[in-house]
Design a protein around this ligand. Sequence first.
Ligand code: PMT
Length: 402
Amino acid sequence: MSPFAGRRIVLAVSGGIAAYKAVEICRRLVDAGAHVTPVLTHAAQRFVGEVTFSALASERARVSLFDDEDPIPHVTLGRQADLILVCPATARVIGSYAAGLSDDLLGATLIATRAPVVVCPAMHTEMWEHPATQDNLRLLSERGVTVVEPEEGRLAGGDEGAGRLAAPESILTAAAEALAAGARASTRDMVGLRVLVTAGGTREPIDPVRFVGNRSSGKQGYAVAVEAAARGAKVTLVATVQRQVPESVELVLVETAEEMRTAVLDRLPAEVVVMAAAVADYRPVAPADEKIKKSGEDRTITLEPTPDILAELGRSGAAGTLVGFAAETSDVLANAEAKLHAKGADIIVVNDVSAPKVGFDHDTNEVTLLDAAGDRTAVPLTSKRDVAQAILDRAVTLRNLR
Ligand code: PMT
């Protein structure tokens, strides 16, 4: 069944050129079974008329706080909504929302709701990169708002750069996740648990400017951390990349495998540890102190093994339930099974990273969870947040069985 079927969504449209793309989002949500109420700012109507949204949505578009038959339209809309999707979100609307201003129907509805909110910024690069915009988004994110970051691409006036509204698929995926997270908000089954997560690829220096690294974006590890926090856990995230996390998550930034090991060991014990990071298996034995000069001749870099953090945790028993990942490209399940036993994990999450849309840097993943008792659970291609949910469901079940 569609994640939108029967859900009430306020589609809040603010005034930017990307407002025309919200028409497509509106149509797709309605097609997927959602009850969509468009709310347009005054400026949005300069780009797309309310009649267009009224014709496509589940009810007429709403444009005014005062000229409405409902004397309190913002409260009614805010209370009834399962989700508010602000698409596109201009710098002004983002700023007003962060400041708690409610000077029009859209702003007042945002302040009057307890439903999850997804904000999809779209604006010129200068406005997107302005510290005020970034600070406001950070604040909103800390308050639990989902921010769907814009892409690089063609902007109004023929300019190119960061700030183009995210693709419809990314917006709809984030909206579905926020709805699911909202529905689960009452399932706070991890309250009282300490959860330690690692994310991102380590960088092992060759010299001050070069490193041995990999393609991990940290998205999967961050999704686990955000999901655990939403379920009430006290979360520490040791990561090599910085992304947005709720305020309650302790974020520790590191670079190398050795730094990650120290940060992880320093923060134990924890009831659940999830090693989603792509830790380099090898590092240069002797990184140069200065940038290596080009000589035109072959150069050999000698590598040595890094500490295996997961295996060390498996031996120590300091992680209550220990979850590792396996990124494989051949003999996927057999290799993962071997890692499960060799590293002493309770669960191994195996992803075949040679498959399309799976693993490194994608917004989606497809995994199989293997556990020490021999159980296998396949999680078909889905968002990384859904994968995170499946991993934590399994970890909680294993804990409860002990
Ligand atoms: O970050 P994303 O772009 O979202 O991509 C997600 C991912 C593909 C990175 C993630 O899903 C994943 O598979 N992470 C593990 C990648 C990896 O390093 O796999 P591995 O098979 O080499 O390692 C097995 C396990 O041992 C992992 O849990 C790893 O964290 C751990 N390990 C590995 C080497 C090492 N020196 N120390 C470790 O702890």
